[in-house]
Design a protein around this ligand. Structure first.
Ligand code: NAG
Ligand code: NAG
Ligand code: NAG
Ligand code: NAG
Length: 457
C-alpha cells in the first residue's frame, strides 16, 4: 500500500512518502484520509492512503495523483490559511498574502506585457488550469455535493476555453475578471477540502493546559464561525448563579488575563454547555429548558425558545450533574442541542437548530442514557459520547445523524485533572476545548475518512 502524507499548512503542507508492497492486494475501499488538528508547528496533518491498484500498478497514475495532491495542497495553502487563529499562525497569513500579491503581480505583468510575451505566459496559465483536470475524478467521488463539483468542472472547462481563446485573440479579455475566477475556483476547492478532512474520530491526544483558573466547573470557547483575524476567547466560570461572560481578544490575552470586555447577561445560565456560534452566545437559561441567543455585538438577547420536552435542572444531566441537562454545540454542519426527554426514556436526543430562530430543524433519538454520559461533542454530524467525567473516561458511543446509526467505540481520553465538566469540538481549530477541574485544556483529534473510488480508468 502506498501512503501519501499530506500535511495541511496551516492547514496544508504536503509530503509524499510512498512505498509499494510486493503483493498486490486490491482493497475495496477508496482513499483513506486521516487528519489531525495540528502538528508541532500548528499545522493540520492529513495522511492520505491511496488505493493500491491505482498507484503501485501504474506509474502514470501515480504521478497524476501526486500532482493532484500537490494541487490540493497549493490551493488549500492559499485558502485554509484564512482559518488561522493563533499568533504563530499569523506568519502563515503574511506568507499567503505575499503569495497572493505574487499572483496578482503576475497577472498585472501579463496584462502590461500583453503585446509582447504573451504566448509563453498564457501557456503557463493554461498549464495551470490543465493541472486542475486530474482533480475532477477525485472530486466526483464526493457524491454528496454533486452540484458543487459539476460547477467546478464546468468552471475549469470554461477557464481552459478562455485561456485557449486568449492565446488566439490577445487583448480581448479582462484579466481582472480572469483572476477573480481563479480565486473563485479556489473558494470552491476549499469546500471540497473541508469534506476531505471531515471524518470519523480515531484518536484524541493531549491535553495541553492553556490556563489554570476559575472553579472546578466552567466553560471557555472561541467562535468557529469567526473571521480569521478574530481569535476572541469567551470564558464562563461556574455552572450556576452566574451571568458574567468574560471576553479576551486572543488566546494569549486569555493566558495572561488581559480582559477586553465583560458582558452581564440578563439571565443566569445553567450548566457549562454553552456555545458561541457566529457572534452569538447560546445558553440554557437557569431552571428552564429555554435556550437563549445573546448577541455580543448588540449586547442583547435576540431570541429565546423552549426546547420542547427537554429535561432540565438536573433531571437529565451528564454524570457530574451541575444542571448540564442541555448541551449546545456546533460543528461543520451547524448548531446542535443534545439533551434527553421522558418520551425517549431519558436517552439522548440530538436536535439540529436554526441558528437564528433556535427552532428545531430535525431530531434524532439515541439509545444512550443521558445520565450515563460524561460529556458529548459533535464532529461532522456525528455525536461522540464519553462514558464518564472521571479518570479513565473514554469515548464510548457515537451516533451518526447522517445514517441514523450508532456504534460503540473505545477511544481513550486523558483526563489529566480527574474531573471534566466541559468538552466541545471547535470545527475551525479542529480541537476539543475542555474544562478539566479548573484547568482550561485543549485536545487534538485525529479524523479518518474514506473517499469511495468506483472505477479505475
Ligand atoms: C497537538 O499535537 C502536537 C504534536 O503532534 C502538539 O505539539 C500540540 O501541542 C498538540 N496540541 C494540542 C492542542 O494538544
Ligand atoms: C505548487 O506550488 C509549488 C511551490 O509553491 C510549485 O513548485 C508547484 O509547481 C505547484 N504545483 C502545482 C500542481 O501547481
Ligand atoms: C461556463 O460558460 C457557460 C457558457 O459561456 C456559462 O453558461 C456558464 O455559466 C459558465 N459556467 C461557469 C461555472 O462559469
Ligand atoms: C452568520 O451571521 C451573519 C450575519 O451576522 C449571517 O449573514 C450568516 O448567514 C450567519 N452564518 C451562519 C452560518 O449562520
Amino acid at each position: 500500500m502506498r501512503a501519501l502524507f499530506v500535511v495541511l499548512k496551516p492547514l496544508c503542507f504536503l509530503a509524499l512518502l510512498g512505498y509499494c508492497p510486493s503483493a498486490t492486494i486490491r482493497p475495496k475501499e477508496g482513499w483513506q484520509v486521516y487528519s489531525s488538528a495540528q502538528d508541532a508547528d500548528g499545522r493540520c496533518i492529513c495522511t492520505v492512503v491511496a488505493p493500491e491498484q491505482n498507484l503501485c500498478s501504474r506509474d502514470a497514475k501515480s504521478r497524476q495523483l501526486r500532482q493532484l495532491l500537490e494541487k490540493i495542497q497549493n490551493m488549500s495553502q492559499s485558502i485554509e490559511v484564512l482559518n488561522l487563529r493563533t499568533q504563530r499562525d499569523f506568519q502563515y497569513v503574511m506568507k499567503m498574502e505575499s503569495q497572493m500579491k505574487g499572483l496578482r503581480s503576475k497577472f498585472r505583468q501579463i496584462e502590461s506585457n500583453r503585446r509582447t510575451l504573451l504566448t509563453k505566459n498564457f501557456q503557463e496559465l493554461k498549464g495551470k488550469m490543465n493541472e486542475l483536470q486530474p482533480l475532477i475524478p477525485v472530486l466526483e467521488q464526493y457524491k454528496t455535493d454533486a452540484t458543487l463539483i459539476s460547477q467546478f468542472k464546468e468552471e475549469i472547462k470554461n477557464l481552459s476555453l478562455v485561456l485557449t481563446a486568449i492565446q488566439e485573440e490577445i487583448g480581448a479579455y479582462d484579466y481582472e475578471e480572469l483572476q477573480q475566477r481563479v480565486l473563485g475556483l479556489e473558494g470552491r476547492l476549499r469546500n471540497c477540502m473541508n469534506k476531505l478532512t471531515c471524518g470519523k474520530l480515531m484518536k484524541i491526544t493531549g491535553p495541553i493546559t492553556v490556563k489554570t483558573s476559575g472553579t472546578r466547573f466552567g466553560a471557555w470557547m472561541t467562535d468557529p464561525q469567526a473571521s480569521p483575524k478574530n481569535n476572541k476567547v469567551w470564558y464562563m466560570d461556574s455552572y450556576t448563579n452566574n451571568k458574567i461572560v468574560r471576553e479576551y481578544k486572543s488566546v494569549s490575552d486569555f493566558v495572561s488575563g488581559v480582559e477586553s470586555r465583560t458582558y452581564n447577561l440578563p439571565f443566569h445560565w445553567a450548566g457549562t454547555n454553552h456555545v458561541v456560534y457566529n457572534g452569538s452566545l447560546y445558553y440554557n437559561k437557569y431552571q428552564s429548558n429555554i435556550i437563549v441567543r445573546y448577541s455580543f455585538e448588540s449586547g442583547r438577547v435576540m431570541t429565546q425558545r423552549a426546547l420542547e420536552s427537554a429535561g432540565f435542572h438536573n433531571v437529565y444531566p451528564y454524570t457530574w450533574g451541575g444542571f448540564s441537562d442541555i448541551d449546545l454545540m456546533a460543528d461543520e454542519l451547524g448548531l446542535w442541542a443534545v439533551y434527553a426527554t421522558n418520551q425517549n426514556a431519558g436517552n439522548i436526543v440530538i436536535s439540529q437548530l436554526d441558528p437564528l430562530t433556535i427552532q428545531v430543524l430535525n431530531s434524532w433519538n439515541t439509545e444512550y442514557s443521558k445520565r450515563n454520559a460524561g460529556e458529548s461533542f459533535m464532529i461532522c454530524g456525528t455525536l461522540y459520547i464519553t462514558n464518564s467525567h472521571l479518570t479513565g473516561a473514554k469515548v464510548y458511543y457515537s451516533y451518526s445523524t447522517k445514517t441514523s446509526t450508532y456504534e460503540y467505540m473505545d477511544i481513550p481520553i486523558h483526563n489529566q485533572y480527574f474531573h471534566m465538566s466541559m468538552l466541545d469540538y471547535n470545527a475551525r481549530d479542529r480541537t476539543l476545548y475542555g474544562w478539566n477541574n479548573g484547568h482550561q485544556v485543549l485536545f487534538n483529534v485525529t479524523l479518518f475518512h474514506i473517499i469511495k473510488t468506483d472505477d479505475e480508468s
